[in-house]
Write a protein that binds this ligand. Structure first.
Ligand SMILES: [Fe+2]
Length: 439
């Protein structure tokens, strides 16, 4: 029953396409698995993706402000398909269309076209530039032996949170990143979410596993998710960042263990990118949230930072990132604020996000800095992030509705973009007048 929307959606495309036909000669165009992917800045851009079993090089996407005929064309990627690892389960080709230079808080519509015809018009509205209040759905590892369990978590979370703005999956979406049958089941069961919400993925270590549990480059993950451009050097689509309202999110790549032989400079490049990325976001007056699959400590916890923590935690400290989501250990944890790996008032709260699929793990450890530790051995779970004007409110729920934890993390009152731009001018004026400027 959880999969009905996918089937409905396929039929709906055809129906909408017929309504959207402009001429008698045009053919209705149906596309598979139309999905919204989080874009660089939801106030001014929009990304969608779709799939086909055979490659097509003539797709184009038209978009316009609703009620106008001023049509623009989106940038559409080449069809991307990972290598075929299993001839019984061949992955489709995936396309991404990037609509850019949009106006904030404005209604748009787009359609997908090729030589055979076009779909109907699909509507969306860009976010307000200064948006500072909305909800996000967050799911820990969805890897499963039966992905209908992930589908149940997705359905339950959607039923209770239809006001969500987008959703995040914290990595280890599937068990074996090379296994298309697992991705197919993941997609099929994620449909209730991808039918309605943009998706922000995070790369997990299982995305970099072959069917034989060997390290393998995550081609399938990369082919599937047309996340924003602007990744660290050599890590296109593996790490990225985006803005949603006045919050800047970073999705990190913590797969050094799996990828270091191919990219020995991965963490050096990524840390340099993160430093620059967070500096720019802070300067633009954004509040910060980081999402990383592996936690910054060894797993299971033994009191020491792992290599990701060694590289990234000093940067979280430098920019006073208030909130970092982690995954990988399949437990829920919330720490005290931490700076330099010790409790500190202006530190970072780390929240581990449990599991949304079938796989529980009984070897995680409660850390001395944990305020709350809960291992969801009995059933899957999910989280909500409520962005408020002066705080992030994080709440964790078991699938049966029981609340595991809720907390409110105060954030700096983010200066508006205009205020941030004005600050240097004030400082300049004061300096000119020979006054001291408080830092
Ligand atoms: Fe993991």
């Amino acid at each position: 029953m959880f999969n009905t929307p996918f089937l409905l959606r396929m039929g709906l495309y055809a129906a909408i396409s017929i309504v959207g036909m402009n001429t008698a000669a045009a053919q209705p165009l149906a596309v598979d698995n139309l999905t919204q992917i989080i874009s660089k800045d939801s106030a001014v851009s929009k990304t969608v993706s779709w799939q086909s079993s055979a490659p097509h090089y003539n797709y184009y996407v038209e978009y316009r402000q609703k009620g106008t005929n001023d049509i623009h064309k989106a940038y559409v990627t080449e069809p991307k398909r990972p290598p075929v690892y299993d001839y019984d389960n061949i992955p489709p080709y995936t396309y991404g269309a990037y609509m850019q230079h949009l106006q904030p808080d404005t209604a748009y519509e787009y359609r997908i076209c090729n030589d055979e015809g076009e779909t109907g018009w699909f509507s969306f509205t860009t976010t307000k530039e200064e948006l500072n209040q909305y909800k996000v759905l967050i799911f820990g590892d969805s890897q499963s032996v039966d992905y209908s369990v992930w589908g149940q978590t997705a359905q339950i979370a959607w039923n209770r949170n239809q006001d969500a703005a987008f959703f995040v999956n914290m990595g280890d979406l599937t068990d074996n990143g090379q296994a298309w049958f697992q991705w197919r089941d993941w997609q099929y069961n994620a449909d209730i979410l991808t039918s309605h919400l943009p998706f922000a993925p995070v790369l997990g270590n299982h995305e970099a596993y072959s069917m034989e549990w060997k390290f393998a480059y995550p081609y399938t993950y990369k082919a599937l998710f047309a996340v924003p451009y602007g990744s660290p050097q050599g890590q296109s689509r593996l790490a990225y960042s985006f803005d949603y309202g006045d919050v800047h999110y970073v999705s990190l790549n913590t797969d050094y263990e799996e990828l270091h032989t191919q990219d020995p400079d991965m963490l050096t490049n990524e840390a340099a990118w993160l430093d620059t990325d967070l500096a720019a976001a802070k300067k633009a007056g954004k509040r910060l949230i980081v999402m990383m699959h592996r936690p910054p400590w060894n797993s299971p916890y033994n009191g020491k930072l792992d290599i990701n923590g060694t590289y990234f935690m000093p940067i979280f400290d430098k920019y006073e990132v208030p909130l970092v989501f982690t995954a990988h250990e399949h437990c829920y944890e919330r720490t005290v604020p931490i700076k330099a790996d010790k409790q500190a008032a202006a530190g970072t709260v780390y929240v581990a996000t449990g599991r949304s699929g079938t796989e529980s793990w009984d070897a995680s450890r409660r850390k001395p800095t944990d305020v709350v530790y809960y291992n969801p051995m009995d059933m899957p779970m999910y989280l909500t992030l409520q962005v408020e004007p002066k705080a992030f409110r994080v709440t964790a729920f078991k699938n049966d509705g029981t609340m595991i934890d809720t907390t409110t993390i105060a954030t700096d009152t983010a200066p508006s973009k205009k205020q941030a731009e004005q600050q240097p001018q004030h400082a300049k004026k004061a300096k000119k007048a020979g006054q001291s400027v408080k830092k």
